[in-house]
Design a protein around this ligand. Structure first.
Ligand SMILES: [Fe+2]
Length: 359
């Protein structure tokens, strides 16, 4: 049986922070659920998290606004991220993105499902794909009502120059099953399949490889959802047994713990186990995304970090309409052991710059 329960999050590099927030909340109708910073490196960058109404794994799209470095799209990368929408709503999305002057490729179909692909301002690609089997609750806004809202991920599309070894990785190491082929597309599903349990490989043998570095306009990695730190250790064992010996140690990402392993097609795959308290561990449910939150070990450098970041504005609609103010004191206790993940990567903040340093 697979240790992977489905998708956990997808992480991409956007361009400017405010344009990312405006696009993800106003065009895609997502809720900004967390503002924090990238935990690695010497430059301060935002790390912004967006999700559906219940902030569920499998709906969490995270962005590093990364103006400092431009990425090069290509093979060996996540090509696009597809969100599920109700049947019949793709037409709405075509008109909605047009109203926002967002370029789209028009309504198409794959595996019998209608979809629309459109562009994030940084060049990243987002899709909405119709699937009525998805019962999750989408976040709603003034322009995106519940009958059309994105419910969470359907799944990423990964561009690969060769299919076979990436297929072996997803099947043997992660427990996916191949469930369909259509043209140059190969669909894989895990844990019962369907929305948030699907990955599609797009075979592009002649496409030059994309960049691996953090860079604006390219996706960085896809994360699978595992139950616990013990399962992460078990997954690391599976990787090593199969010969994928470049799996990372367990890293503490504050809201979840993670291991990373690059698959043969070049795409970085993370396995993540949600930490106790999840996204509400440092911010009340009703106020998610409205404070700049740093992990405890970065707190003493807050002023220095903030000086390196452009100020951002969170739209008013980001607070649930029926939300009551919840005192910080009522936040769930993160619990002992949460900051003691085995072999955690970084506990000291030493920054030399941020996106602003480029200007
Ligand atoms: Fe991640």
């Amino acid at each position: 049986m697979s240790l992977v329960r489905g998708l956990h999050h997808i992480t991409v590099c956007a361009g400017g922070a405010q344009e990312d927030i405006d696009f993800m909340t106003q065009v895609c109708g997502q809720r900004l659920i967390k503002q924090t910073v990238l935990f690695d490196g010497r430059y301060a960058h935002y790390h912004l998290y967006y999700a559906n109404a219940d902030c569920e794994p499998g709906s969490v799209y995270t962005t590093f606004p990364f103006n400092r470095v431009k990425g090069r799209p290509g093979a060996g990368q996540i090509q696009s991220t597809a969100y599920t929408v109700p049947k019949g709503s793709v037409k709405f999305w075509e008109e909605h993105v047009k109203r926002h002057k967002v370029p789209s490729e028009g309504v198409k179909e794959r595996f019998g499902q209608k979809y629309l692909r459109f562009n994030h301002p940084s060049g990243l690609q987002i899709e909405v794909i119709e699937d009525d089997s998805d019962k999750r609750k989408g976040w709603t806004t003034d322009q995106v009502s519940s009958d059309v809202a994105m419910k969470g991920f359907h799944g990423p599309m990964l561009s690969v120059r060769e299919v076979s070894e990436t297929e072996r990785f997803f099947v043997d190491a992660l427990g996916f099953k191949k469930t369909g082929t259509e043209g140059n597309l190969h669909r894989f599903e895990v844990a019962g399949g369907g929305p948030a349990r699907t990955v599609t490989l797009m075979h592009e043998p002649d496409r030059p490889s994309g960049s691996w570095v953090f860079g604006a306009g390219t996706a960085h990695h896809v994360a699978m959802d595992l139950e616990s730190d013990e399962k992460l250790a078990e997954q690391k064992g599976i990787y090593e047994e199969l010969g994928y010996t470049d799996c990372s140690e367990i890293k503490d990402r504050n809201y979840f713990h993670s291991i990373y392993c690059r698959c043969p097609g070049g795409i970085l795959v993370e396995c993540a186990a949600t930490a106790q308290g999840a996204f509400a561990r440092d911010e009340a449910e009703s106020e998610l995304g409205t404070h700049m939150l740093l992990p405890p070990w970065f707190e003493e450098k807050r002023a220095e970090i903030m000086a390196m970041l452009d100020p951002i504005r969170v739209p008013e609609g980001n607070i649930p309409k029926d939300a009551k103010k919840v005192a910080a004191a009522t936040l769930p206790d993160a619990g002992p052991g949460d900051t003691s993940a085995a072999g955690v990567s970084r506990r000291k903040a030493e920054f030399i710059g941020g996106d602003k340093s480029k200007n």
